[in-house]
Design a protein around this ligand. Structure first.
Ligand SMILES: [Cu+2]
Length: 195
């Protein structure tokens, strides 16, 4: 009986520590921004806000197409910025949305811009559709892992953005439930064998 109780306690502690580990792995900051893709700026008719994040942050940007008529815009942070990043959204028309996400692994100050350029006349960037992202360096070794870019599907106006892929709560609940169930089974078996 006492043994069974101890086993359940150990299992519960195990579940708790796993939960802590999971939380720690996700302690990475998520920085969320919303940018309206206007003609010819971000949240503005020229230029855009300076996005400030810390190295290692997850940068999550909700992009909302807001061009006039058939004009589309995008969000690009790549070699042409210039930068070590390779982030490129879809080209969004008015009312279309996309959430892009990447890890700000490289510190520095870079330009993000719209890469749309009509067959003639100035490109959107030449019209002023660019702004600055600052990635403040964190102490310690510089990270050089590959930048990961995740994007949700384009959602039409009035639609709902795709579900966020945060599994912390379901995983913790599942592990805790398994521990409790395991403990109960061991306890039941111990009780039965005593009879
Ligand atoms: Cu544009």
């Amino acid at each position: 009986m006492v043994k069974a109780f101890l086993v359940s306690v150990v299992l519960l502690l195990l579940a708790a520590s796993m939960a802590l580990l999971l939380t720690d792995a996700q302690a990475q900051n998520v920085r969320t921004f919303t940018l309206y893709l206007n003609d010819y700026g971000f949240n503005a008719s020229r230029g855009g806000p300076t996005l400030v994040v810390d190295q290692g942050d997850v940068v999550r940007i909700r992009l909302i197409g807001n061009g006039s008529g058939p004009i589309v815009h995008d969000f690009v942070l790549d070699a042409n910025s210039p930068s070590p990043y390779d982030v490129k959204s879809r080209r969004l028309g008015r009312g279309q949305e996309q959430v892009i996400e990447f890890v700000a692994n490289y510190p520095g100050e870079f330009k993000y811009y719209c890469s749309v350029a009509p067959p003639f006349g100035p490109s959107h960037r030449e019209r002023g559709q660019e702004a600055t992202i600052v990635v403040r360096a964190r102490g310690g070794a510089e990270r050089t892992d590959t930048v990961t870019v995740q994007t949700t599907p384009v959602v039409r106006e009035g639609g709902q953005p795709g579900p966020q892929g945060d599994l912390t709560v379901p995983v913790v609940v599942a592990v805790a439930a398994a521990a409790v169930l395991g403990g109960a089974m061991i306890w039941l078996r111990a009780r039965r064998s005593r009879r």
